[in-house]
Design a protein around this ligand. Structure first.
Ligand SMILES: *Cc1c(COP(=O)(O)O)cnc(C)c1O
Length: 455
C-alpha cells in the first residue's frame, strides 16, 4: 500500500523525519500519511485521499481545517503587527485583550494570565510558579508535585515527569519529587465488590495518606485533567473532584486543572471543571485555545495564586520567566477569534446538542462483545477493546488490536487514534449529524473486520 519509490512522499518523510509518538512498524509497512490541506472536519493527503478526522488533528482543530474567520484574523494581525514578545513591560494590544478575555471566561472573578507556546510549557511554567512561591513564602521545601497514573501533562522534562505513563522511563523520568496517585478509572481499577463511591473514597484516602507521609508542607500542588485525555479518555469516578478538593483544601495544597483538552467546549461546557463542578486554583490551557491555528499555551491564575505570585514577584522586582513568543500578537488575535467562534458561533452549542447522539451511536457500536467499555462525555469518547468482556481481559499486546482498528479506519477514510487498547474519538466541534453517521459506519466496519480476525 505504501509507495516505496525513492522520491515518493512516504520515502521522503521516512528519510528526513524522526517520527514522534508513532508506531514505527505501522509506518514502515504503510508509509506516513502526508497531508496537504483540509475541508471542514476532513483532511486530504498527497494522493488526494480524504479522511474524516475524528481526532480533530490532536484534539485541537475544533473549528475544522478551513475556518475562514480564523484565517482572516491571522492574516489581519500579520498585516498589522506580525510578532512581538511580552518581556520588559512591553506587549501587544492583542495580548492585553486576550488576557482580559481569558479571565472573563474563566471561573475566576479576577486573575492573571501567563503565556507559553504549548501545553507542556504551560505546565512547566505552573510548576516553576509554585516553586517560586514556596521559596518566596519561606517554604523552600515545598516542591513536590502530585499527579495521577495515566495522566498526560506533556513532554518537557517537568511535564513528562508529571505525566503518568510508563514510556517516560526510557528518558530516566520522572524526576525526583513527582509523585503519581491512583487513576480514577472505576471500570478498570475498581476492586471486586467495591462501589464507585467507595472507589472514589479510596483514592481520596490514598491522597490524604500520601500528603501525611510526605509532609503537607513539602507538596507544591496537585495537577489533574478534568477528563484524562491521552490516558484514554477517562472521566473521573463519581464525586472524585469533590473528594480530592476536600483533602487538598484541608492541607492548603493548590489544585491545578489541566484543561488543555477539556477547556473551551470539549466536555460541553467552557471548562471541564465546570462539567465536574469543582473550582481549581489555576487553569492550564492550550490546544483549542486557538482552535489549533497557532501554537499557544496559557496559565490562568485564580485570585489567590495571582495575588501571591504578584506579591512574590514584586518582592524581588521580577518574575524571571518567559518565552520569546509568549503572548505572540498573532496567536492572541487568533485565540480571541477562536474563543468567539467556539462560544458564539454555535460550536460549543453543537457539542452540547449532539453529544447525546454521539453517545447513543457509539453505545450501539459498543454492543460488540469485544468492546469492554464505552466512556466519555461531550465530544470525547473511547471504546476499549477486550478479549473477554466479563473478565475485562485485554487482548495480548502483540496483536496490536487498537493499532489494527485505527489502521483499518484509515484505509476506510476515517482517522481515529489507538490509545492502549482503546480507540479514541474526539471530532471537531463542527461535526454534523451526517458526518457523525459516516464516523459510526466506518468505525463499526473496521471494528467488525479486526475483531473477526483476532477473536
Ligand atoms: C496535549 C496536552 C498537553 C501538552 O500540550 P503540548 O502543546 O503538546 O505541549 C498537556 N496537557 C494535556 C491535558 C494535554 O492533552
Amino acid at each position: 500500500m505504501r509507495d516505496d519509490a525513492p522520491n515518493s512522499w512516504e520515502s521522503r518523510a521516512d528519510n528526513a523525519s524522526l517520527y514522534g509518538f508513532t508506531d514505527l512498524p505501522s509506518v514502515k509497512e504503510r508509509g506516513a500519511v502526508v497531508l496537504t490541506h483540509g475541508e471542514g472536519p476532513y483532511v486530504v493527503d498527497v494522493h488526494g485521499r480524504r479522511y474524516l478526522d475524528a481526532n480533530s488533528g490532536l484534539w485541537n482543530m475544533v473549528a475544522g481545517f478551513d475556518h475562514p474567520g480564523l484565517a482572516e484574523a491571522a492574516k489581519a494581525q500579520y498585516d498589522r503587527f506580525p510578532g512581538y514578545h511580552a518581556f520588559f513591560g512591553r506587549m501587544s494590544d492583542q495580548t492585553v485583550l486576550l488576557s482580559e478575555k481569558l479571565v472573563e471566561v474563566s471561573p475566576f472573578e479576577r486573575g492573571r494570565v501567563f503565556y507559553t507556546n504549548s501545553g507542556s510549557e504551560a505546565n512547566d511554567t505552573m510548576v516553576k510558579m509554585l516553586w517560586f512561591l514556596g521559596l518566596a513564602e519561606g517554604q523552600p521545601q515545598r516542591r513536590k508535585i502530585l499527579t495521577r497514573w495515566n495522566a498526560y501533562h506533556g513532554v518537557t522534562a517537568v511535564s513528562a515527569s508529571m505525566t503518568g505513563k510508563p514510556y517516560n522511563s526510557v528518558f530516566g523520568l520522572p524526576l525526583p519529587g513527582f509523585l503519581h496517585l491512583g487513576c480514577p478509572h472505576y471500570w478498570r481499577f475498581g476492586q471486586e465488590g467495591e462501589s464507585e463511591e467507595q472507589f472514589t473514597q479510596r483514592l481520596a484516602n490514598e491522597l490524604e495518606a500520601t500528603i501525611i507521609k510526605e509532609g503537607a508542607d513539602t507538596i507544591a500542588g496537585f495537577f489533574a485533567e478534568p477528563v484524562m485525555g491521552a490516558g484514554g479518555v477517562i472521566p473521573p469516578s463519581k464525586g472524585y473532584f469533590q473528594a480530592v478538593s476536600r483533602v487538598l483544601k484541608k492541607y492548603g495544597i493548590p489544585l491545578i486543572a489541566d484543561e488543555v483538552i477539556c477547556g473551551f467546549g470539549r466536555t460541553g461546557n467552557t471548562w471541564g471543571s465546570q462539567t465536574y463542578d469543582f473550582t481549581p486554583d489555576a487553569i492550564i490551557s492550550s490546544k483549542n485555545i486557538t482552535a489549533g491555528y497557532f501554537p499557544m499555551g496559557a496559565v490562568i491564575l485564580g485570585p489567590d495564586l495571582s495575588d501571591r505570585l504578584q506579591a512574590a514577584a514584586e518582592a524581588i522586582e521580577e518574575f524571571p520567566h518567559g518565552f520569546t513568543a509568549s503572548g505572540h500578537p498573532v496567536g492572541c488575535a487568533i485565540a480571541l477569534k477562536a474563543i468567539d467562534v467556539v462560544m458564539n458561533e454555535g460550536l460549543a452549542e453543537n457539542v452540547r446538542r449532539l453529544a447525546p447522539r454521539m453517545e447513543a451511536g457509539l453505545a450501539e457500536i459498543a454492543r460488540h462483545p469485544n468492546i469492554g467499555e464505552l466512556r466519555g462525555i461531550g465530544y470525547m469518547w473511547a471504546l476499549e477493546a477486550v478479549k473477554d468482556r466479563a473478565t475485562k481481559t485485554p487482548f495480548p499486546g502483540t496483536l496490536s488490536v487498537s493499532e489494527r482498528i485505527a489502521n483499518t479506519c484509515t484505509d476506510h477514510g476515517l482517522i481515529c487514534r489507538p490509545l492502549g487498547q482503546s480507540i479514541v474519538l474526539c471530532p471537531p466541534f463542527i461535526l454534523t449529524e451526517g458526518q457523525m453517521d459516516e464516523m459510526f459506519e466506518k468505525l463499526d466496519a473496521a471494528l467488525k473486520k479486526v475483531f473477526a480476525e483476532v477473536a
